[in-house]
Design a protein around this ligand. Structure first.
Ligand SMILES: [Zn+2]
Length: 201
């Protein structure tokens, strides 16, 4: 199996449509509750439409990503409203525990060390003064080459491809490279163990 096969769905979408995930989420956050419900219906219709030209495969792929963002935003608002009314459920608390752990591992895992652990060869490329940490170059897991991927080590590190725009934090890297870390929670759990953080039950 190639590294390409390990690329997560998000990494794939980032590669095909560099800003679609972020754009869809930002768009969903701006909408009223009613507009979200309405937009969800439109996207559901697009997804069910098998017309080869409009929406076509690309349109359906975009609709799927947008509906995912709309669903996430609807869930987020419902959760906020329950917490606001003082009726947080065990599921809300579990969600918060995982969200906090995800933030902690992204802060603590050294991305350069993680990529080395994943078997990806890095070349030191000096010190990045803006980020205050070491910089490395490497081949891109999505589009190849030899040194187009930049990796910034240290806390809150990232990898970014100058060619195709593939961009990943520690969690996305673990999801892309490690076959047992395909899901978000598996990746967070694996990284938490790597830096010695306790994992929520
Ligand atoms: Zn690339």
């Amino acid at each position: 199996m190639s590294v390409q096969d390990f690329l997560s769905r998000d990494a794939y979408l980032d590669k095909r449509f560099p800003d679609i995930s972020g754009d869809a989420e930002a768009e969903a956050k701006r909408l009223s509750v009613d507009a979200l419900a309405q937009w969800r219906d439109v996207l559901t219709a697009d997804l069910a439409d098998d017309d080869p030209d409009c929406p076509g495969p690309t349109g359906r792929c975009l609709a799927a990503e947008r509906r995912r963002a709309v669903d996430a935003e609807i869930t987020r608002r419902e959760r906020l409203s329950r917490i606001g009314r003082g009726v947080a459920t065990p599921a809300d608390r579990t969600y918060e525990a995982w969200r906090d752990l995800a933030r902690a591992v992204v802060e603590r895992v050294d991305v350069a060390e993680l990529m080395a652990v994943c078997g990806h060869l890095l070349t030191p490329a000096g010190h990045n003064s803006r980020r205050g940490g070491p910089e490395y170059s490497a081949a891109c897991p999505a589009c190849g080459g030899t040194d187009r991927l930049r990796i910034w080590g240290g806390p809150n590190g990232r990898a970014w491809c100058r060619q195709c725009g593939w961009s990943a934090d520690a969690i996305a890297i673990a999801q892309s490279f490690l076959p047992n870390c395909r899901s978000f929670r598996d990746a967070v759990k694996w990284l938490a163990l790597m830096v010695g953080q306790a994992v929520p039950r």
